[in-house]
Design a protein around this ligand. Structure first.
Ligand code: SF4
Length: 372
């Protein structure tokens, strides 16, 4: 049995062993978190200049036959000039549908790579800043996955969308947080009874999916989990949620399953301590939908704080409380109105991918897009 003192980020363990130590691990980032640029703060740029940039972006989009696809976590000014705002699964689907000449995606590199792998021949994918990486994607190493596959012949790999293209190319399926549990169940039901299955890299999402399939009568015997985490979500701990619940006892709570509080929150629901209609788990995009549907006037949200903006647009009458106001992704915040404008004006920075890797990665990505 693995000891919590010995495990390192990116290690692969049998699911039961990973689950046993989940509440004590602190995986942290293995890459440097960039400083947030000053202009990412809306107050930094005078409002007239922000309006001028927005108008220029709208004009350039038409001139360049471009669309802007933004993640929910980027600055609200960027969301306001975007053609679509959503999570990685939603943006992948929007990109695949588009015939625009330029797909500009203020998000992070692993999402840009999906667009670049799936784009039509006439299209160019641009990113406002190529330094927007991801601490979770950095935990997954393609070499380690190949080693696991060598040790487990016939093993199947499900990689979360938050991975780089070389990892997706080693995978049989990709999944997003919205369909992780469903895809894991699909793989269990469409594989041989002794075929090992590796879910990576997010161990909290892996736990969430494992508990879902266990509840539906599946064994965890052949499931393996990678010990990876997003430094932003991992830092949202059970005490953040319980403190907000204490302050707002009538509020609904919605938790992203990448959070460090996922296992504790699930236990509270499963043991009946908290009713399951009061505390729910959703993907980033699922939270935007849920906020409209819950009867409560106040909603506590456990994910990156950028998601408050699309949630507030979906339900302007509700009071939204972040479980942790410090849940800010420095990578996503590398996208600014200024570098989006420059990206459109100068047609930079093109995101290209190795065609051979793209061909292999397309198979699991297409499975993710088509399975629920
Ligand atoms: S919030 Fe976490 S998972 Fe999302 S891009 Fe930032 S570091 Fe990656």
């Amino acid at each position: 049995m693995a000891s919590v003192d010995e495990v390192v980020a990116g290690e692969i363990l049998p699911a039961r062993e990973a689950i046993a130590i989940l509440d004590q691990v602190d995986l942290g980032p293995t890459i440097e978190i960039p400083d947030i640029p000053a202009e990412a703060d809306p107050e930094f740029t005078p409002s007239e200049e922000r309006e001028r940039l927005k108008k220029e972006i709208l004009r350039l989009k038409t001139e360049r036959k471009a669309i802007v696809l933004s993640h929910n976590y980027v600055h609200r000014d960027i969301q306001d000039v975007s053609d679509a705002v959503g999570d990685s699964l939603f943006l992948a689907r929007e990109g695949a549908k588009s015939d625009a000449d330029y797909l500009i995606e203020p998000s992070v590199l692993f999402m840009n790579q999906i667009l670049a792998a799936m784009k039509k021949p006439h299209q160019t994918v641009l990113a406002p800043d190529l330094g927007a990486l991801c601490s979770l994607a950095a935990h997954a190493d393609a070499g380690r996955i190949r080693e696991w596959k060598n040790d487990h012949p016939g093993g199947l790999v499900i990689s979360y969308v938050n991975t780089y293209l070389d990892v997706k190319a080693e995978s049989d399926y990709c999944c997003a947080s919205a369909n992780a549990a469903k895809i894991l169940e699909h793989v269990l039901e469409h594989s041989e009874p002794d075929q090992p299955i590796l879910f990576l890299p997010d161990v909290f999402l892996g736990y969430f999916a494992a508990k879902y399939i266990e509840k539906r009568g599946h064994s965890l015997d052949r499931l393996w989990l990678m010990l990876g985490a997003c430094h932003v979500h991992e830092a949202i701990r059970p005490h953040h949620v319980s403190e907000q619940m204490r302050l707002h006892p009538d509020a609904a709570v919605v938790v992203h399953p990448e959070c460090g509080c996922t296992s504790a929150c699930m236990r509270q629901v499963n043991t009946g301590l908290v009713p399951n209609d009061l505390l729910q788990f959703r993907s980033t995009q699922g939270m935007v939908k849920l906020v409209r549907e819950v009867p409560q006037d106040t909603v506590i949200m456990a994910t990156e704080v950028g998601n408050l903006y699309p949630m507030s647009k979906a339900a302007p009458e509700k009071t939204l409380i972040p479980a942790s106001a410090e849940a800010i992704c420095g990578f996503m915040k590398q996208n600014t109105l200024q570098n989006l404008y420059l990206s459109l004006r100068n047609l930079v920075h093109e995101v290209t991918v190795d065609p051979e890797l793209a061909e292999r990665a397309k198979i699991p990505i297409e499975r993710m897009i088509s399975i629920g």
